[in-house]
Design a protein around this ligand. Structure first.
Ligand code: SAH
Length: 243
């Protein structure tokens, strides 16, 4: 793990009850290599270090009754306050947040980093959000057992956009969501597989025709699969960034 405080690289500071989950998958492949090379930094901090009773309690039963446990405001806020040395906005991973989009990923990746707060159990005492306002972000309309998988996902999406991590690959305007469309289909050798040929235009050497085919396919797939994206694409102002 890299020392975030002394680093000027993009830094993910994660507040979690399970710091051992980090870097996890982000320690491998492109993100892992970039982490080793110091192109980004990761600092996973244990929320439990801020519990002050002898059992190091971080949760308690929900006011008003009901199942499960709620993360205590005093412990969470102590952990958040102690992270104020870390760069970037405060990001809460929560199903009620704004849905994560490539536009938001780009914004966060363009900054100095972010502080990611991972909930567990039934969630977090509301007074944490009220007294320590931050950006509430959701991965989608489903419920995870904790914010860690969501933080890993969001960090992964940011890290691949950082300079020198993926090179040209992640900066292409053609990538899904960058132009408001899903991406066109990809092919590679072998030329024939299970009786299916690579579409002839792709091996024709006509760059303009390839470009047209790809745009057409991207539009067709988006229209078929994501009417919401398609409607936004059709009505968007030319050049307006899509979120
Ligand atoms: N009872 C809550 C869910 C708690 S799940 C509810 O019904 O909304 C426990 C933790 O997992 C949450 O505090 C949050 O940090 C994380 N989490 C669950 N689903 C998520 C999602 N879709 N996006 C981001 N974080 C999520």
């Amino acid at each position: 793990m890299t020392d975030a405080a002394s680093s000027s690289v993009w830094t993910a500071t994660v507040l979690t009850l399970y710091p051992d989950m980090f870097p996890g998958p982000l320690g491998l492949s492109l993100a892992g290599r970039a982490l080793e090379e110091g192109k980004w930094a990761l600092d996973a901090r244990n929320i439990r270090d801020h519990a002050d009773d002898k059992h190091r309690t971080v949760d308690d039963t929900p006011a008003g009754g009901g199942p499960g446990m709620v993360m205590r405001a005093d412990v969470m806020c102590a952990a958040i306050d102690a992270s104020s040395d870390a760069p970037g906005p405060l990001v809460y991973l929560t199903p009620r947040g704004v849905p994560l989009t490539q536009g938001l990923v780009r914004e966060i990746a363009a900054g100095p980093g972010a502080r990611f707060v991972c909930g567990r159990f039934e969630g977090v005492d509301e007074r944490v959000f009220a007294t320590r306002p931050g950006l509430e972000v959701s991965l989608g309309d489903f419920v995870l057992s904790g914010g860690e998988a969501a933080a890993l996902t969001m960090i992964d999406a940011c890290v691949r956009l950082l300079p020198g991590v993926m090179g040209a690959q992640a900066s292409g305007d053609d990538e899904s969501f960058e132009n408001g469309l899903l991406e066109y289909p990809h092919y590679t050798r072998p030329q024939e597989f299970d009786g299916m040929e690579i579409p002839a235009v792709l091996t024709s050497g006509h760059h303009e025709k390839v470009r047209e085919w790809r745009l057409h396919e991207a539009e067709r797939i988006t229209k078929e699969r994501r009417p919401d994206l398609w409607a936004a694409y059709e009505t968007k102002d030319a050049g307006a960034p899509l979120r």
